[in-house]
Design a protein around this ligand. Structure first.
Ligand SMILES: CC(C)(COP(=O)(O)OP(=O)(O)OC[C@H]1O[C@@H](n2cnc3c(N)ncnc32)[C@H](O)[C@@H]1OP(=O)(O)O)[C@@H](O)C(=O)NCCC(=O)NCCS
Length: 200
């Protein structure tokens, strides 16, 4: 759950870089003309996202108009410093490989929240770990975070392996706090990393 304790200084959004690069990836904020490919990408990833990202905005997208509305929401979130949605694109091919979400837990600390998904056809190549490491650097260096947290289902092994490869520490375990659509119960691992622990 995202709690914004203080209205952020909106002028700060002008100073936030709109992209960063890693060895293989360009990770950038979305722009209106992304809707044309974001719509089919969302449809193709629905099954992939269903178990652990059922609330992801991509899950509700069927048409380019739906995608345009979601992208517009991403743009407004960025401009009001409420959340930062970025697409990760393979530099050589320009292909979309993953999405990074940086939420705002608390601007007072500041504490940010990291989330991600891989495009289903681009898993198992380290792209999410690479983009997430870059996103943590972005959180601490560009957004001034003191702490970044991440929540993930305790059965989502690929997800918590990404967090751990990025140096995030497992700080807690909420047991059986989520009931899935199929009725099964799972828990939530809580991860966090502090500014002085960034070693990326
Ligand atoms: C969670 C999720 C993003 C993880 O994706 P992923 O492809 O496993 O993550 P990465 O892109 O970092 O790839 C890591 C894998 O690639 C392998 N790999 C191959 N080349 C690599 C490279 N150059 N660098 C790093 N890892 C590499 C790693 O060994 C690792 O595999 P392993 O876990 O079997 O050891 C993906 O499963 C997903 O999108 N799930 C659905 C949405 C979701 O659950 N989101 C998270 C909610 S909290």
């Amino acid at each position: 759950m995202t709690i914004i304790k203080e209205q952020p200084d909106l002028s700060r959004s002008r100073d936030i870089p709109s992209s960063f690069e890693t060895v293989r990836l360009l990770v950038r904020r979305y722009q209106p003309d992304d809707a044309s490919w974001y719509a089919p990408m969302s449809v193709q990833n629905r099954e992939h996202l269903e178990r652990y990202e059922s609330g992801n905005a991509a899950m509700g997208i069927k048409t380019e108009a739906d995608a345009a509305a979601v992208i517009q929401g991403f743009i407004e979130s960025w401009e009001t410093c409420r959340a930062f949605f970025l697409g990760a694109f393979h530099k050589e091919s320009g292909v979309f490989v993953a999405q990074i979400y940086i939420g705002v837990a608390n601007w007072d600390l500041p504490e940010l929240e990291l989330g991600y998904f891989a495009d289903a056809t681009h898993t198992g190549q380290g792209f999410v770990t690479e983009a997430a490491r870059g996103a943590l650097r972005f959180c601490f260096r560009e957004l001034g975070a003191h702490r970044v947290r991440l929540e993930c289902d305790d059965t989502n092994v690929p997800s918590y392996r990404v967090a751990e490869r990025c140096g995030m520490i497992r700080e807690g375990h909420l047991r059986e706090n989520h009931r899935h659509a199929d009725g099964s119960l799972t828990g939530t691992f809580l991860y966090g990393i502090l500014r002085h622990e960034l070693n990326l």
